[in-house]
Design a binder for this molecule. Structure first.
Ligand code: ADP
Length: 548
């Protein structure tokens, strides 16, 4: 028995040692557990605390043990709820509290509790674990702030998006309106183009046909499918279009593609013998040429009336010329004393009549020249000559006349003979005479005139100009200077005589020689009238004659 007792005692001692070991192990474990931990009895009094508990709360073991858990937390009513729950609690629970530290600092914590029971399920108290969640809270707060910021931003964005959407919708409505209006305008324009009395053709900037109207189809016996989207060059293959395309190809507007606002004009006769006036203008948008518009106008009727008028003038002028010549010779005889000597008064009167008659003859000659030009009967007797030889016979007589009027007359002719040009001497003399007579008529006493002849090597042209320091031509009338019957406003009172036909005749003569005529003038300062004729070799001259 004693042996048995001894064995039992030994066993008991070993078990006690084991239990002590276990107790130490649990104590060590709880002591060094990083979470604040305390054991509480059923009366809610603290029985033990670990190191983390002391660190977190600031209370040491002595200050904590034996106290109710109330002093640890700010929310007393919540603590009360916990106390009531614990005896009946089955699982661990977790709540958030505000920990009141010894130094009065308040820290948000998460509190987990687990009830302890014996084998008979009697409530023995509980474990209470406190975890500092201030960082989590801070993080959560920051997160919430960020979320709220972002939400606000999103709300603002949302408002902006809504506003933009509305604005877009408005713009869309405006665009739709504008589109409708543009469509209406387009339809109107198309209706005008389709029913236009003239033929219309629109080329784009690459000289490709983009639009033609039915009148063009009718004038040139073509259909729009044949020409639309074809370039000027491709259209040359169409026999019916060739005459039009050839005259358009001469237009500088089609060649240099710049934003020039010049207008090109030409005339041609179509298959139906209609005379068509072709004009071409650049379509300019923001200083840039974006295409060309060709207008084809039927001028057959105007041409016919013009021809009739011209024929009438021609007949009338011819009819007048014979009696005027008769008057001229009778006056001459009277003046020369062939019919007996006249006294001074009689002589004066006859002289006046004689010069009026001369003016009438010159007017009739001008009219006849104009009608001949218009009827294409202004025949030329061309020869290869030096311009100096044409001008020479004029100079002496005009120099005397100009200087008699108190105007200085300078003549600049190159010493070396200039190259030959193809001229009808009589006609070119008429041009120079006209220039000189105008300069003389429209320059007051004390003025200066200058006749210049020069050879422009670069252009291979002979240039003749007559410059004066006379009354000039008002700028707003420059465009009409070479037209028939033009007389500028500023000279009508000053010089009553004049038909306004001289420069028109000059222009036609020079252009028939394939030359150019132009002028510069400033009112009150003076004018310079120029013409230039191309220099020609014998071969070129023969060629030129053949083409006439
Ligand atoms: P006109 O018989 O009237 O001189 P022209 O055809 O020769 O007819 O000239 C037409 C018009 O041009 C003149 O009436 C005049 O207004 C203007 N003109 C021509 N030459 C000059 C000039 N040298 N100076 C000023 N005006 C001129």
């Amino acid at each position: 028995m004693t042996e048995e007792n001894n064995l039992l005692k030994k066993n008991l001692e070993r078990i006690k040692e084991d239990l002590d070991d276990l107790q130490r192990y649990v104590d060590d474990l709880t002591m060094f557990l990083p979470l604040a931990f305390c054991t509480v009895n059923p009366l809610n009094l603290i029985l033990g605390v670990n190191q983390s508990f002391q660190t977190l709360t600031g209370y040491d073991e002595m200050e904590s043990i034996g106290n109710s858990i109330d002093f640890l937390f700010l929310e007393k009513s919540k603590v009360q709820e916990l106390k009531e729950e614990m005896p009946v609690q089955k699982d661990s629970i977790q709540k958030e509290f505000v920990l009141l530290k010894k130094n009065n600092e308040k820290v948000p914590v998460s509190v987990s509790t687990l009830a302890r029971r014996d084998n008979n399920d009697n409530f023995l108290g509980y474990f209470l674990v406190i975890a500092d969640i201030s960082e989590t809270k801070e993080f959560q707060k920051k997160l919430e702030e960020r979320v709220s910021e972002k939400t606000k931003e999103l709300e603002i964005k949302n408002v902006e998006v809504t506003e933009s959407r509305l604005a877009l919708l408005n713009i869309l409505e405006d665009v739709e309106d504008a589109w409708k209006k543009a469509e209406e305008e387009k339809n109107k324009t198309m209706a005008i183009i389709t029913n236009f009395i003239d033929g219309l053709m629109v080329f784009d900037r690459d000289n490709v046909v983009r639009l033609i109207n039915p009148k063009i189809e009718k004038f040139f016996y073509i259909s729009s499918e044949e020409v639309i989207n074809k370039s000027l060059n491709e259209l040359k293959d169409s026999k019916n279009m060739l005459p039009l395309i050839e005259s358009l190809s001469e237009s500088s507007l089609f060649q240099n593609g710049n934003g020039s606002t010049d207008q090109f004009r030409a005339e041609l006769v179509n298959k139906d013998n209609l005379t068509l006036d072709i004009s071409e203008v650049s379509i300019i948008n923001e200083d840039e040429k974006i295409g060309s518009l060709v207008v084809v106008h039927d001028i057959t009727r105007e041409k016919m009336i013009e021809a009739m008028k011209s024929e009438f003038v021609s007949i009338a002028a011819h009819q007048l010329r014979t009696p005027l010549s008769a008057i001229k010779w009778t006056m001459r005889m009277l003046l020369d004393g062939d019919l007996g000597e006249l006294n001074e008064d009689q002589k004066g009167l006859v002289k006046k009549t004689y010069s009026s008659n001369e003016r009438m003859i010159s007017l009739i000659n001008d009219l006849l020249n104009v009608t001949r030009i218009e009827e294409g009967r202004y025949l030329y007797q061309l020869e290869l000559s030096h311009i100096e030889d044409v001008v020479a016979p004029l100079i002496e007589s005009y120099k005397t006349e100009v200087e008699r009027r108190g105007i200085k007359f300078n003549i600049n002719i190159p010493k070396k003979k200039t190259p030959k040009i193809a001229v009808d001497a009589e006609k070119i003399t008429l041009v120079i005479q006209n220039f000189i007579e105008n300069a003389m008529k429209y320059t007051n006493q004390g003025g200066v005139m200058e006749l210049n002849i020069s050879y422009n090597k670069e252009k291979d042209e002979i240039e003749v100009s007559v410059k004066d320091s006379g009354v000039g031509i008002p700028k707003d009338q420059h465009g009409r200077v070479f037209t028939k019957f033009f007389r500028a406003k500023n000279i009508i009172k000053m010089e009553t005589e004049g038909s306004g036909l001289g420069l028109f005749i000059c222009k036609n003569i020079v252009e028939a020689h394939k030359g150019r005529v132009w002028f510069e003038s400033e009112e009150g300062v003076g004018s310079t009238f120029y013409f230039s004729l191309p220099v020609r070799s014998q071969e070129e001259f023969d060629d030129f004659l053949k083409k006439l």
